[in-house]
Design a binder for this molecule. Structure first.
Ligand code: FES
Length: 512
């Protein structure tokens, strides 16, 4: 089975698991023009674009290629982004918002160009997007979004048909959106990358990047590479950086559903106006169409019972569709920046040779592809038409600053409040099989998980990133940090950055 950053398998992993091609031999002290850390759509596309331009590249992946959010997405390719353009205009101004719209369209066109040029079989299809309201309040919000979409130069119209059996009071549609299978897509990009001499190293976490005689030294347990440029395509920057404090981590939940009526599957991408909103699209498997339904988002590590989010989602889909069966359930992670735009470009003034791409909100495939374009342009030519609006070093607007304070007020509370929270041993004894909890044990806080056979795993719950206390995620059977989104497996291994090392394992027998 293809490994991923959670216990549940996504529809894409179930249907078309990735088979990374065999890379040329890699020696422990090699030099590269560029090392791209992270093997999702951002890293794979960036490395491919650089390799095709004649650079010697390495994709360095801590787990397996496609381990993270690329395999957990619902794979909407939308230029009408999850953050409404009305918000982007308010926070960043109309000129920036126009550029954002232009760049999102360019990302879809770049994917389309790859699909056509390399004849990639990934079910890519250009479709309409629809957004619908169900009451007066939502209609007002929809009108605002409609006006903002027009203002940024994207075509949109009101419509009386949303291509799905859902009752609504008002709706709009927008053209030039698309959908595809993300794993089939990056499988093909990887094949081209390898054919052009690119290299891949899996299951090797990067521990540090530092300057060395004009190059960057990239160090891990079993390697010591150098590179002229390093790209951090790890979804969020791993390690401590001020960017970690400008991002909020969120979980989103997805169902792949078989419907009773074959005519009920929508061809387009559909969004409601609830908070958090729901998103729908069609995909297919060997037996026909499948409905992919997402939503029920929440801040990572701040939901007592994540598993119930699947129930919310199921209730939503059953309200509107005659469901035959639930084929897959899974969740995945995304990061929102404080000013609505991702951070793409040079990491800092001090580190102009290191690049980062993060804060994609729910539009990781669009912004991941766009990041590949921006960062490869910056490395190859020194400039990009979009480098200013997405620059990691940009000043956040006032509203962004307010959001930044809110995110970090929350972090401080978790640091202080949870560290000293005490649980009783009775709770450990009462832990059901398959359940995890942070408890107090002989004056130590422990993250305890009891597996289905009754075996207990104990970890130090202090997150290796900046010291918050992790929380049990009963949907994905993981330990999730509420502060900046680091996630760990039941035995403490890293599933998500920004931490760079695993949780400490604790041998309970030694504590008796
Ligand atoms: Fe930053 Fe855990 S992710 S403290």
């Amino acid at each position: 089975m293809m490994k991923r950053d959670g216990n549940l398998k996504s529809f894409w992993q179930d249907k078309t698991p990735l088979q990374p091609p065999i890379s040329k031999t890699i020696y422990s002290k090699m030099h590269f023009d560029a090392i791209v850390i992270g093997g999702g759509i951002t890293g794979v596309t960036t490395a491919l674009m650089l390799q095709l331009a004649g650079k010697k590249c390495l994709i360095l992946e801590a787990n397996k290629i496609g381990f993270g959010t690329t395999a957990g997405t619902s794979a909407h390719l939308n230029s009408v982004l999850d953050t409404p353009y009305s918000d982007i205009i308010d926070k960043c101004g109309i000129e920036v918002a126009k550029k954002v719209a232009e760049s999102a369209l360019e990302a879809i066109q770049l994917i389309k160009r790859f699909v056509e040029e390399y004849q990639i079989e990934c079910e890519f299809k250009e479709v309409k997007g629809y957004m619908y309201a169900t009451d007066g309040q939502e209609e007002k919000e929809l009108d605002k979004i409609y006006q903002s979409i027009k203002k940024v130069g994207l075509p949109t119209s009101y419509t009386s048909n949303i291509d799905a059996p859902i009752e609504f009071t008002k709706a709009i549609y927008f053209d030039q959106q698309a959908r595809f299978n993300p794993l089939q897509y990056i499988q093909c990009l990887l094949d081209i990358y390898i054919r052009n001499g690119g290299r891949i190293l899996e299951n090797e976490p990067m521990q540090n990047v530092e300057e060395e005689e004009g190059n960057l030294k990239v160090v891990g347990q079993n390697f010591n590479f150098t590179a002229a440029r390093v790209v951090h395509a790890t979804h969020t920057y791993t390690g401590i950086n001020k960017l970690n404090f400008k991002l909020g981590p969120y979980r989103s939940y997805v169902l792949a559903v078989k419907l009773q009526n074959s005519s009920d599957y929508p061809d387009g991408l559909i969004y409601d106006m609830q908070n958090p909103f729901h998103y729908l699209r069609k995909a297919s498997d060997d037996s026909g169409d499948v409905l992919i339904v997402g939503g029920a988002d929440h801040k990572t590590g701040q939901e007592e019972n994540p598993h119930y989010r699947f129930k919310d989602l199921e209730a939503y889909v059953r309200k509107h569709f005659a469901v035959k069966s639930i084929r897959n359930t899974w969740s995945s992670q995304y990061y929102e920046s404080t000013d609505a735009l991702p951070y793409i470009g040079a990491l800092s003034k001090e580190n102009p040779k290191e690049f980062v791409a993060t804060g994609f909100s729910g539009n990781g495939l669009i912004f991941g592809t766009l990041s590949a374009k921006i960062i490869s342009d910056l490395i190859l030519t020194g400039e990009s038409p979009y480098s200013d609006i997405y620059a990691p070093l940009r000043n956040s607007p006032i509203t962004g600053f307010k959001a930044f304070v809110n995110e970090n007020a929350n972090v401080v509370k978790r640091l202080i409040g949870d560290r000293f929270k005490k649980e009783t041993m009775a709770e450990l004894a009462a832990l059901s099989r398959g359940e995890g909890k942070v408890v107090s044990y002989e004056e130590e806080n422990l993250a305890i998980y009891k597996d289905e056979s009754g075996k207990v795993y104990a970890l130090d719950p202090v997150c290796k990133h900046a010291g918050c206390i992790v929380q049990w995620n009963n949907a994905e059977k993981s330990w999730d940090c509420p502060c900046h989104g680091a996630r760990y497996s039941i035995d403490g291994l890293m599933l998500n950055g920004p931490a760079r090392s695993p949780l400490d394992q604790i041998d309970l027998t030694e504590n008796k």
